[in-house]
Ligand binder design. Structure first.
Ligand code: HEM
Length: 640
């Protein structure tokens, strides 16, 4: 995975005199002062000292090698945005700059790629320039975080962002033209105070205006400098959203909901800040960005991430894998030579590795590779877990947290049940291959015992929810529609896995294709019930059905096979144990259904469900459902 620095700037070595060309003063210009040294001048005022790293590809590549950086994404120096100029001048300036960026990339031996700039005061011209640049080889665009008084929620800017999504362009938002300039004449306050606040303002307006609700989900947008003060102030924003209508604006969801909609770079210069940033944003949302080669950039690009306590997998994500996603480039599995070429930075001794295993696997590897640094909290991902409760009521109803946690707990246990029942199926299948071996039967019974114990807890757990008064639930119930237990993918998976397959239930998952696909697969696969009877066939207890046998005849044959097992207890103790566990599991699921109905009636009476069913009267119909009806049927024939 190439180590990619997504936040670097450049300035061409030579640059036309734009003041003379456009007849307006104070265009930035470059004034060379010594070999490899220059000043960016604005009129007669020195804006910044720069070096040949700004324009010389060889210098950049040398420093990239020194720092172990495989690739830089270069973009404009914000002082050149020119949004406050005549649009046509800004457009010409952008074109000059964009073409110069590609020239520099051409000298970068494939290791420099560019983001273009656009005249954002003119949306049509911006869209046209972006399209031109994407065709010419830019990977996206860098924009300033505002155009005069217009923030990023301005309808024109949103149109441009939509265009970016359509073009597949990565968008990098850089603060510029900082607020309250009169109050920040000294101490570089525009950079240290103004920039983080500008970015915060951009993110707040995108969220509160509802822009993120309307912008296409495939927009890949990243904010410079760790997203400014956003991560640190998210709690404040969240609090305001919950308490004050005015703070909520048009956003459909609370602020934290939108964390998955944007990326931030890692230019925060402090280990604790980076740690916090990754905790808030998630390890998939932070990209290595150094602000190279400017004075406030990271001195040894990438050192902050390399010297962090993150696992190798998280480092790989931050240093390069996330950039591939943001830039819309394919993930590359192999680490190129320069990934390893930063011995000073790679002091953890851990090679930077590929994240091919995906996010979940990466998390597990995080722990495994943390070695002695593994803690209770990092192993169990407690902070992540505790961040997953997001009440919808506003002001937040005290009992909604309980409602969420009880459901989440059920879902965790459903996960464990699926895990164990899949293993039961695998063990029974193994006995089909080798019917004389007792191992699979023993293991299936052992795991089924666990499943029944879990079900027992799940039946009991409703009592906790019943400590919530009906009136308290009704106070926030309407916020939950149309969400409903109908949509519990795992519950339906459990039903399908055990043998209760009802294709109609797939309709509740049409809006979530991934869930739909999982359930569809479960529908097609052999169920636990199927595999159990296949095993009895392999054992010789059950004869394969005749081709002409009716469903009823097949059913009776299976029930009789069970009957036969019980009649010959001495030889089939282990199989009888499996039968007893399956029956008990079935019984407990019915108990669960019953307790659920009682709790539903106790809480909402005979009201309709949020999923659109008749409520308890619908649920009562499900009480007849059994996973293993043959096991019950056999009991009618048994005698002592
Ligand atoms: C106050 C608490 C609850 C109420 C009022 C409630 C109400 C309902 C209602 C009315 C339905 C029928 C479908 C619909 O129209 O929405 C339903 C289905 C369902 N609920 Fe609940 N429920 C509650 C708590 C829970 C909990 C804690 C779970 C745990 C996972 C759960 C899981 C389910 C499942 C899986 C279904 C689908 C059942 C099936 O289709 O057989 N519910 N619930």
């Amino acid at each position: 995975m190439p180590v990619t620095d997504i936040h670097t700037h450049f300035f061409p070595e030579s640059w036309p005199d734009l003041a003379a060309r456009f007849g307006t003063p104070d265009w930035p210009r470059i004034q060379h002062t010594a070999p490899g040294k220059a000043l960016i001048m604005i009129g007669n005022r020195t804006f910044r000292e720069i070096s040949s790293a700004c324009w010389d590809a060889n210098v950049r590549l040398e420093q990239m090698d020194r720092d172990g950086v495989d690739r830089q994404i270069i973009c404009a120096t914000p002082v050149l945005f020119a949004y406050n100029r005549e649009a046509q001048h800004a457009r010409d300036c952008a074109r000059l700059f964009n073409d110069a960026a590609l020239e520099l990339c051409a000298r970068g031996r494939g290791r420099l790629r560019a983001l273009c700039q656009v005249p954002l005061q003119d949306i049509d011209a911006s869209c046209a320039e972006l399209t031109r640049c994407m065709r010419a080889g830019h990977l996206g665009v860098q924009i300033g975080n505002h155009v005069g008084d217009k923030n990023l929620d301005d309808p024109g800017i949103l149109t441009f962002l939509q265009h970016c999504a359509g073009e597949g362009a990565a968008v990098f938002v850089h603060p510029w033209d900082m607020m309250a300039a009169q109050r920040m004449p000294k101490y570089m306050a525009p950079w240290t105070v103004g920039m983080p606040a500008e970015t915060q303002l951009s993110l707040v307006t995108l969220i509160a205006s509802g822009a993120f609700d309307r912008l296409p989900a495939n927009l890949r947008i990243c904010f410079a400098h760790g997203g400014g003060s956003f991560a640190f102030l998210l709690g404040r924003l969240q609090n305001a959203w919950q308490r004050k209508e005015a703070a909520r604006g048009a956003a459909q969801f609370p602020p934290h909901h939108y964390l998955g909609r944007f990326y931030v770079d890692s230019a925060v210069f402090d280990q604790r800040a980076l740690q916090f940033l990754v905790e808030v944003m998630g390890a998939d949302r932070v990209l290595f960005g150094s602000d190279y080669p400017f004075p406030l950039g990271e001195e040894r690009a990438g050192a902050l991430i390399r010297e962090s306590q993150f696992s190798p997998d998280t480092k790989t994500k931050l240093l390069g894998a996330n950039a591939q996603t943001w830039l819309g480039l394919p993930q590359e599995a192999a680490a190129p030579a320069t990934t390893k070429a930063a011995p000073a930075d790679n002091s953890s001794g851990c090679p930077v590795r590929s994240t091919a295993g995906g996010a979940d696997a990466a998390h597990k590897d995080d722990d495994a590779h943390a070695g002695k640094k593994l803690t209770y909290s990092s192993y169990l991902q407690v902070p992540e877990l505790l961040r997953l409760q997001h009440p919808e009521s506003s002001p937040e109803h005290h009992d909604e947290l309980l409602f969420i946690i009880v459901h989440q707990t059920y879902e965790l246990w459903f996960k464990e049940l699926l895990h164990d029942l899949d293993a039961v199926v695998a063990n029974l299948r193994a006995t089909c291959e080798n019917p004389t071996s007792r191992d699979g039967v023993y293991e299936a019974a052992r795991l089924l015992r666990r499943c029944t114990e879990i079900m027992r807890v799940l039946v009991e757990q409703f009592t906790i929810l019943e400590t919530m008064l009906p009136t308290h639930f009704l106070a926030f119930r309407e916020k939950l529609a149309p969400a409903s237990g109908f949509q519990s993918e795992q519950f339906r998976e459990l039903e399908f896995l055990c043998g209760l397959k009802d294709e109609k239930m797939l309709r509740y998952h049409e809006l979530t294709p991934e869930t739909h696909a999982v359930l569809f697969r479960r529908l097609r696969e052999d169920s636990l019930r199927d595999v159990f009877f296949q095993a009895l066939e392999a054992l010789g207890t059950l004869q394969p059905p005749a081709a002409a046998a009716t469903e009823e005849e097949k059913f009776q044959a299976r029930a009789k096979a069970i009957h036969a097992l019980y009649r010959d207890e001495r030889h089939h103790r282990d199989w009888i144990d499996v039968c007893e566990r399956l029956t008990e599991f079935d019984e407990l699921v019915v108990s669960w259904r019953l307790r659920h109905i009682q709790m539903v009636e106790r809480t909402i009476g005979i009201r309709m469900g949020t999923g659109g069913s008749a409520g308890s009267s619908y649920l009562k119909l499900t009480l007849e459902k059994k996973f293993f009806p043959e096991l019950w049927e056999a009991r009618t024939y048994l005698e002592g």
